[in-house]
Design a protein around this ligand. Structure first.
Ligand code: GUN
Length: 283
């Protein structure tokens, strides 16, 4: 079987058109959705992500505020900036780009962001709401994966979903979203014994481990849906995912490429969450 490619770039573009239309409506009612992004230090990858977020905000007609802080900024100053943004009516979403320098407690930072402006969906209150299936801000990458599947017409209820990776940002929440949609979910990670035994059962396999080309054809069931969350560089410096695309795409039914797969959906769902927050500020 040769897999059908799930084109995340195309699906993201469609969603962004819808979001821009809603932004225009809100603006006609006097509200411009505003996203504040805090970048601490000069991590190269973080800067690229943040620049992309700023550009997308502007493209969709939203207000974007970039706050840059030096690597040595104190935790106290960072928390004070977040508190200031919590009280700023022009800001509907606050995102602190991770990772943060070692001297700053990431948990404290996340918990200082007001849950009503937590467009990353990382605050424990919003995580709790997600776990109990309530309306909330869903974390952007997991949410983007669910939208990709929905737009591709792939059903989830009753499917065996295997998530490889258990990060707080992707692995754990994406498994929860699949469970909320009635899938049978298995989490695999670095201590899993006989990984293939599990991954070969997957109707939908999510790879979120951060190791280039980790998932090979012999991990995958014929016809499975393979979602690759990895953004890695191979030995030649070329962008690649966690899935060995060439061999797995010969066996899978559907596959997301890297780039142009999950990546474009992450920013799109961030924009969606910011729009939703601005809409909620009206009620
Ligand atoms: N670093 C890598 N991914 C993310 C993300 O989704 N949100 C934030 N805040 N930082 C990140």
């Amino acid at each position: 079987m040769t897999a059908q490619i799930i084109n995340g770039k195309e699906i993201a573009a469609k969603k962004k058109v819808e979001i821009a239309e809603h932004v225009a409506t809100l603006k006609s009612q006097g509200v411009t959705p505003g996203l504040a992004v805090i970048l601490v230090g000069s991590n190269h990858a973080s800067r690229t992500y943040v620049t992309n977020k700023e550009k997308t905000c502007k493209d969709l007609g939203m207000y974007s505020l970039l706050i840059e802080m030096p690597e040595e900024v104190s935790e106290e100053d960072l928390l004070a900036k977040i508190e200031e943004l919590n009280g700023d009516p022009a800001i509907h979403g606050i995102l602190v780009q991770l990772p943060l320098p070692k001297h700053i407690d990431e948990r404290k930072v996340i918990e200082t962001i007001s849950p009503v402006k937590d467009v990353d969906g990382f605050h424990p209150i919003n995580i709790g709401r997600m776990m109990t299936g309530q309306n909330t801000f869903l974390p952007c990458t997991p949410y983007g994966i669910m939208v990709l599947l929905e737009e591709t017409g792939i059903s989830i209820a009753g499917k065996n979903v295997v998530v490889v990776g258990r990060s707080n940002i992707v692995g754990k929440p994406v498994g929860q979203l699949f469970l909320n949609q009635h899938a049978t979910v298995t989490y695999c990670h670095s201590r899993t014994k006989d990984l293939k035994l599990h991954t070969k059962q997957a109707d939908i396999l999510v790879a979120a481990v951060g190791i280039p080309n980790f998932i090979k054809a012999d991990h995958v069931k014929e016809g499975a849906v393979v979602i690759d969350v990895g953004i890695n560089r191979n030995e030649d410096g070329k962008l690649c995912g966690d899935v060995a695309f060439d061999e797995v795409s010969e066996k899978a039914g559907y596959i997301t490429p890297v780039p142009k797969g999950v990546g474009p959906m992450t920013i799109t769902m961030l924009m969606y969450n910011t729009l939703k927050s601005a809409e909620q500020s009206l009620t």
